[in-house]
Design a protein around this ligand. Structure first.
Ligand code: ATP
Ligand code: XMP
Ligand code: GLN
Ligand code: MG
Length: 529
């Protein structure tokens, strides 16, 4: 497709081959941050597909396998034949080395986490990029490693461009062909100069101009949606959260009146959510929104159910059942749109390779019933949250909507531990509203990425006035994160926590104790269930 100036915005494109790394999407994201369009394909993609893609460069991801074992993934021959620059990362470099005649072997010296690399300044890839200079003329880089195998000898034509104590060949390069390998991971934020290294590769070495911007992403998504949907109609599950709001704005722009949004009040929403959604979309943006009050249906279906995955499945199924019913009442609806984004997909192990572990079946991915009749439209499926927000700004959505904390589709259903009861949901809604109100008042809302209260169905003794109370416990959770894949607990001031705790216990009969969650992700997750 073309942008307004008529230039083909896909003319320069990077192909990323996925060998099963947890970080493949991060590579894609960093490449896009350089303003360069890219796509991920499985590592066993057909040779013809590589040629058809016509990449300006290819990046080979890391992966869990050992290249010297039998039947482990190999790089398709076409990758070496299309004559463009290559960058192998970790397994990608090891596979490159092995296939081009170098030597790779499992090593006694495994490196996981921080390492310091000595980079030799002569390669085009690493030239002038360093965190510190060493006395003997090497550039020193602070990087992040995760490997047990290593390259022992580079293939012919390659020079060693980086080394560590444990990996004498931590980087290889052939400037003539623009072929490189790095044992460390430039795509993770712990590799301080990683962004620069990837930018050097895609912009300078592959020659991509960097014109892949949020504006172009919007134009491209609109074109794809129009092509997919044609003249049929789409029902969109609109929660009022960031992802479905951006999806709604995008679809509204792409297909106008062919879009109907369905907002489901499942009885597990935040305080005041329904009014807010109807006001923003139906009244101000002129989008058609149907408001369904389904509290009883959800609470009845959840009665007696304690297991979090089971609760997600029930909630996801009911959502789709309701979308199906509403679609049936309208004319010509073939599609269901959802604001699914990449972390929902990877944590439910729904990614292309399917090699990641299931952490939680996010209701909109793993929780979908097999009998669903509607086809999915998910234009944000490959983006991370912060990219979604940039797309939303581009679409003109108000910043206070885009910078709202995310709220999971199963809502309070996974914030009430174990069985869900209406009384618990009502108590939790009030505690949560106090917490959020105070975060805003103390100017902490925008300094945390997600904050909420969790209902613990255990009772604890308290004393108010001279009376005994034997009531429930609420945990407060606040985290800082960029992409919600990893997170730190927020170091909220003690005075603030003290104030919130008092308000919750004093104002809400039925809660006698408040605790603060100090677990990171990993090893914990953001939600408690
Ligand atoms: N109450 C709801 N009514 C209709 N659809 C919903 C509702 N809750 C969730 N969904 C659908 O499920 C998708 C995933 O929910 P999720 O909470 O991950 O995203 P979101 O609500 O759009 O954004 P955010 O992550 O900011 O909360 C939504 O994008 C939306 O399509
Ligand atoms: O739509 C959703 N359906 C779900 O089932 C679900 N579970 C977690 N989340 C949200 O995902 C992000 C990461 O959460 P976790 O660290 O708890 O997995 C956080 O932002 C969570 O709120 C969900 N969102
Ligand atoms: N992160 C990776 O790509 C690891 C590659 C290979 N499995 C090793 O241990 O060296
Ligand atoms: Mg949500």
């Amino acid at each position: 497709m073309s942008d307004q100036s008529g230039a083909d915005i896909h003319a320069h494109r990077i192909l990323i081959l996925d060998f099963g790394s947890q970080y493949t999407q991060l590579i894609a994201r960093r490449v896009r941050e350089c303003g360069v369009y890219c796509e991920i394909r499985a590592c066993d993609v057909a040779d013809q597909a590589v040629r058809d893609f016509a990449p300006s460069g290819v990046i080979l991801s890391g992966g869990p396998e050992t290249v010297t074992d039998a039947e482990t993934p190999r790089i398709p021959a076409a990758v070496f034949e299309v004559g463009v620059p290559l960058l192998g990362i970790c397994y990608g470099m090891q596979a490159m080395a092995a296939q081009l005649g170098g030597r790779v072997a499992p090593s006694e010296h495994k490196e996981f986490g921080y390492a310091q690399v000595r980079a030799r300044g002569h390669s085009r890839l690493l030239r002038d990029i360093e965190d510190h200079a060493s006395a003997d003329g090497y550039g020193l880089l602070d990087v992040w490693m995760s490997h047990g195998d290593r390259v022992e000898a580079p293939p012919e034509g390659f020079l060693v461009i980086a080394e560590t104590e444990a990996a004498p060949v931590a980087g290889i390069g052939d400037d003539d062909r623009g072929w490189y390998g790095l044992q460390f991971h430039p795509e993770v934020t712990h590799t301080a100069q990683g962004g620069r290294i990837l930018e050097r590769f895609v912009r300078e070495i592959c020659g991509c101009p960097g014109d892949w911007t949020p504006g172009n992403i919007v134009e491209d998504s609109i074109a794809r949606v129009r092509e997919q949907v044609g003249d049929r109609h789409v029902v969109l599950g609109l929660s009022g959260g960031v992802d479905s709001s951006v999806t709604a704005a995008l679809l509204h722009r792409a297909i106008g009146d062919q879009l109907t949004c369905v907002f489901v009040d499942n009885g597990l929403l935040r305080q005041g959510e329904a009014d807010q959604v109807m006001a923003t979309f139906a009244r101000h943006m002129g989008v058609r929104v149907i408001h369904i009050d389904a509290e009883d249906r959800f609470l009845t279906a959840l009665s007696g159910v304690e297991d979090p995955e089971e609760k997600r499945r029930i909630i996801g199924n009911l959502f789709v059942e309701i979308f199906d019913e509403e679609a049936g009442k309208l004319q010509g609806v073939d599609f269901l749109a959802q604001g699914t984004i990449y972390p929902d997909v990877v944590e439910s192990a729904g990614n292309a390779g399917g090699k990641s572990h299931v952490i939680k079946s996010h209701h909109n991915v793993g929780g979908l019933p097999e009998t669903m009749k509607l086809k999915l439209v998910e234009p944000l499926r490959e983006l991370f949250k912060d990219e979604v927000r940039r797309v939303g700004l581009e679409l003109g959505l108000p910043a206070d909507m885009l910078y709202r904390h995310p709220f999971p589709g199963p809502g309070l259903g996974v914030r009430i531990l174990g069985e869900v009861h209406k009384r618990y949901a009502d108590l939790l809604r009030r505690a949560d509203a106090i917490f959020i109100e105070e975060l805003r008042r103390w100017d902490w809302y925008d300094r945390t990425s997600q904050a909420f209260a969790v209902f613990l169905p255990v009772r604890s003794v308290g004393v108010t006035g001279d009376g005994r109370r034997y009531e429930y416990v609420v945990a407060l959770r606040a985290v800082e994160t960029v992409d919600f894949m990893t997170a730190r607990w927020a170091q909220l001031p003690y005075e603030f926590l003290d104030h919130v705790s008092r308000r919750i216990i004093n104002e809400i009969d039925g809660i006698s104790r408040v605790v603060y969650d100090i677990s990171g992700k990993p090893p914990a997750t953001i939600e408690w269930e």
